[in-house]
Design a protein around this ligand. Structure first.
Ligand SMILES: [Zn+2]
Length: 224
């Protein structure tokens, strides 16, 4: 039923694109695509600054790469991607993430690309998982398979945006579960939209390592 509704919505979306030209997710300009040339020119790519070699509490590695700074107009673009019903922004954003990944970690060969899962209730409300949309594009560009079901949320969590750093860690600790059959012995690239404290990515990496992943890295769209 949800799948059917998704397809209907997608078809309606294609029809609406013809009637109403897309509106830029950054500045609202019409007729210049979902991400206009002016907003593209205002992106603050992080380059080498966006690469962090982090470690989990038990010493296992977590390479983290973020493409750009979380600042206008990208901030508005991410809001449109997450809450504004503009999943199309995953196209241009995912391509930029993939290029940042290829430049930052040329030797890190991902066996699979895994999105940070949304809780099922939230995904139903939104109609899609923005991280999965980004992961789909990243997987295509870097040529690694997308594994949607590598991880699941085993409990609902409060919205991270409303919490401080310590509360964020406690909020997501143990929230994720990874499928050993899909990740064991493999190098997993986790995809998320915004990196704030890294608590969500660390919780995902922990779940993946516990399920036997050989190595874990994370790629995000923006770092706050
Ligand atoms: Zn724009």
């Amino acid at each position: 039923m949800n799948l059917l509704w998704g397809k209907i919505r997608h078809s309606i979306g294609l029809g609406l694109d013809l009637l109403y030209p897309p509106r830029c997710g950054g500045c609202g300009a019409t007729g210049q695509g979902w991400w206009c040339p002016t907003c593209s020119a205002s992106e603050a790519a992080l380059g080498a600054e966006g690469i962090t070699r982090a470690m989990l509490d038990d010493g296992r590695p977590l390479l983290e790469i973020a493409w750009a700074r979380f600042a206008p107009p990208l901030r508005e673009g991410i809001h449109a991607l997450k809450y504004g019903g503009s999943p199309q922004l995953a196209g241009p954003f995912g391509e930029r993430m993939a290029r940042a990944w290829q430049a930052g970690a040329p030797d890190w060969a991902a066996d699979l690309v895994a999105p940070v899962p949304l809780h099922a209730v939230r995904q139903r409300e939104r109609g899609y998982n923005q991280s999965e949309r980004l992961a789909t594009v990243v997987a295509r560009v870097i040529g690694s398979p997308l594994e949607r079901a590598a991880m699941a949320r085993q409990r609902a969590t409060a919205q991270q945006a409303q919490l401080d750093r310590n509360a964020r860690q406690a909020n997501v600790a143990g929230a994720f579960f990874a499928q050993a059959a899909r990740v064991s012995g493999r190098r997993v690239l986790v995809i998320d939209d915004v990196y704030t404290t890294g608590a969500t990515l660390r919780a995902c990496a922990d779940a993946l390592y516990r399920a036997g992943a050989a190595d874990v890295a994370a790629l995000t769209l923006a770092r706050a």
